[in-house]
Design a protein around this ligand. Structure first.
Ligand SMILES: Nc1ncnc2c1ncn2[C@@H]1O[C@H](COP(=O)(O)OP(=O)(O)O)[C@@H](O)[C@H]1O
Ligand SMILES: [Mg+2]
Length: 281
């Protein structure tokens, strides 16, 4: 009997080791798949604007032979600036999400007037919305709470959401930003649009860092597809919740909650990985 239980224990141990080994292998394989897709997509994202910069800088350098006119010089300089600005944004996003994934991202958390953040974000998209024929409206409760957060990051979150909402809403549609105080003293903000919407699968893809970057489409002006994963990770770093509700061709609503500034767990030593799994350090 003793021998049997020893054998059993031995085989259980071996089975456990086998399971652990398999899990580790699957994880490594997934990581390396994500990594190689990431490298393929990112090299496109980085190369396209860089080639623009190099190409037009080269043309400008040939001024002697080509004798560009003033308006051509200005146009090429603008193309270079646009491409370089975009490149900087992509690089910043990549660095941010990498830091978030490794738990090394820290917020500069202070008391922030949510009301002010939302007004600034709304204001900055006013002309953009008018230009593309989308009605940008807001329903902000008066007396919105002061929240504990990083004002630059909060602005980044809402700018991202509003910019997406406008971009994925055809002319004639509307984008509405709503905010109210929650019973526990926190805040709920939603950015709703009447745009193209997403299926459940599309939402999952959009929230996975790098997953939606489609190298076959030359859409580099629209960002690297890291906006939503970063926005979600930032909300979680603030101790809040981030949810996307959407229906194809009906529209999308992104609902964000931010905890009360009196909530001690909020934005206080909490590390959140960009995949959404938080862990306390
Ligand atoms: N409001 C929205 N309506 C419909 N689709 C959206 C909306 N917001 C985001 N998406 C989809 O999710 C993708 C990822 O968005 P995001 O992470 O902000 O990256 P990017 O803006 O660079 O494309 C978008 O390319 C789009 O397909
Ligand atoms: Mg975006």
């Amino acid at each position: 009997m003793g021998e049997y239980s020893a054998l059993l224990a031995d085989s259980v141990l071996r089975h456990k080791a086998w399971l652990a080994e398999n899990a580790a292998r699957a994880e490594t394989q997934l990581a390396s798949k994500v990594k190689s897709e990431f490298i393929a997509n990112m090299s496109h994202e980085l190369r396209t604007p860089l080639n623009t910069v190099i190409g037009f800088a080269k043309l400008l350098g040939e001024q002697k032979e080509r004798r560009w006119q003033d308006h051509e010089v200005v146009e090429y300089a603008e193309l270079i600036r646009d491409a370089a600005t975009h490149l900087l944004a992509v690089i910043n996003d990549i660095l941010d999400i990498s830091k978030m994934q490794s738990g090394k991202y820290t917020l500069d958390a202070r008391e922030v007037e949510l009301d002010e953040i939302l007004h600034v974000a709304l204001e900055s998209f006013k002309t953009n919305a008018v230009d593309v024929g989308v009605v940008l409206g807001s329903k902000l409760e008066s007396d919105l709470p002061v929240v504990k957060g990083d004002s630059a990051k909060l602005r980044q979150i809402f700018s991202n959401l509003i910019s997406n909402a406008i971009r994925f809403t055809p002319p004639g549609g509307s984008v509405t930003v709503e905010a109210r105080t929650l019973p526990d003293g926190g805040a709920a903000v939603s950015v709703r649009d009447t745009g193209v919407g997403m299926t459940r699968e599309e939402i999952a893809v959009a929230l996975t860092p790098f997953a939606q970057v489609d190298a076959s489409l030359s859409r580099w002006r629209e960002g690297a597809g890291l906006g939503l994963p970063i926005a979600k990770a930032l909300v979680q770093l603030h101790g809040g919740q981030f949810e996307i509700r959407s229906a194809k061709s009906l529209g999308t609503e992104v609902a964000v909650t931010l905890p009360s500034r009196f909530d001690v767990s909020a934005a206080n030593g909490e590390t959140v990985h960009a995949d959404g799994h938080g862990d306390k350090r």
